[in-house]
Design a protein around this ligand. Structure first.
Ligand SMILES: Cc1cc2nc3c(=O)[nH]c(=O)nc-3n(C[C@H](O)[C@H](O)[C@H](O)COP(=O)(O)OP(=O)(O)OC[C@H]3O[C@@H](n4cnc5c(N)ncnc54)[C@H](O)[C@@H]3O)c2cc1C
Length: 275
């Protein structure tokens, strides 16, 4: 484990964490540390003090009905939870490898706000809400309003992400697909989340979201519009060209991301059309 000279406050309760956060709004929050430790090693994080949440057991785990996930829920917790939709468990299974899945948390993934964060498109397509808390109170922020720009979130300096709320849409079809260099320990080149409601053979609700193709995870509104009001049409995938603004970086090229985004959406829709 890397060390830092910064003093660490180890909170055991949410109340303690929020009270300490209120008086130390510039402290760095530590959950599983799997992102933060990398930043420490790179020198891009130089905390003056650290708020360690790991001991706040009330922030850990998933409600029995699978609707409420504590911010400290790990990917392993998600993989093992029988009430969660299969696509969400599939998503958790693709994060890092077992070591990262045992330690990394959904809260860390969400607040780290990397456009390549694997879970982010899934919170968008499930219309999840994020519960943010401070000593001032609690507010619910929809996932669609949380990521404001590259690694920029709606979290105020004195707030913590405490829970994620899912609002299940019975009968809807949820999909997850990650494209990386290899099956484990790979940061996404493209990540896709999708949800379709099909009534009487007609798509009546569509959510399509992508990661790694813009400064934030994004909804593919043009694809969604092209899907509505008719049977599932794989050709709607082409509309993604109007939704994304990928860049060349060390992991991939913009051209690859454009092509692959359309391909993974088309493959998903072809599967749905044939189902
Ligand atoms: C080898 C390796 C492989 C990885 N593979 C993947 C991958 O495949 N897919 C992927 O998406 N990610 C991957 N990651 C990144 C990382 O593991 C995940 O993003 C993980 O979910 C982060 O959670 P954490 O608890 O470790 O976050 P931490 O490192 O503890 O925190 C991350 C950030 O979030 C803030 N934070 C954490 N929790 C809260 C909270 N409750 N309230 C407010 N702020 C908070 C912290 O201050 C920090 O800025 C990988 C990392 C490593 C080292």
């Amino acid at each position: 484990m890397l060390t830092s000279p910064a003093p660490v406050h180890r909170a055991r309760t949410l109340a303690d964490a929020l009270a300490w956060r209120a008086t130390h709004p510039h402290a760095t929050v530590l959950a599983g540390g799997t992102d933060l430790m990398v930043f420490l090693e790179l020198g891009s994080a130089n905390p003056t003090s650290v708020l360690d949440l790991w001991g706040c057991t009330e922030l850990r785990g998933i409600s029995e009905d699978g609707r409420t996930l504590g911010a400290l829920t790990t990917w392993t917790d998600m993989v093992r939870h029988p009430a969660l939709p299969v696509a969400l468990r599939d998503c958790a299974r693709t994060v890092g490898a077992p070591q990262i899945q045992n330690r990394g948390t959904i809260g860390g993934n969400i607040v780290n706000a990397s456009p390549a964060g694997d879970s982010l498109p899934m919170w968008l397509v499930t219309d999840a809400t994020f519960e943010l808390a401070s000593v001032r109170g609690v507010r619910q922020v929809p996932a669609s309003a949380f990521w404001l720009g590259y690694r920029k979130t709606a979290l105020a300096p004195d707030e913590l992400l405490v829970r994620v709320h899912l609002h299940p849409h019975a009968g809807d079809r949820l999909h997850y697909r990650k494209v990386g260099t290899r099956l484990a320990q790979a940061i996404s080149k493209v990540v896709l989340g999708g949800r379709l409601r099909i009534e009487g053979g007609i798509v009546t609700e569509a959510r399509v979201a992508l990661g790694s193709v813009a400064p934030t995870p994004i909804r593919a509104h043009h694809v969604e519009a092209a899907l509505l009001g008719k049977p599932v049409d794989p050709a709607a995938a082409a509309a993604v060209a109007d939704d994304i603004a990928p860049i060349d970086d060390i992991r991939s090229t913009a051209a690859y991301r454009r092509t692959v985004s359309a391909n993974v959406i088309r493959a998903w829709l072809e599967g749905e059309a044939a189902a």
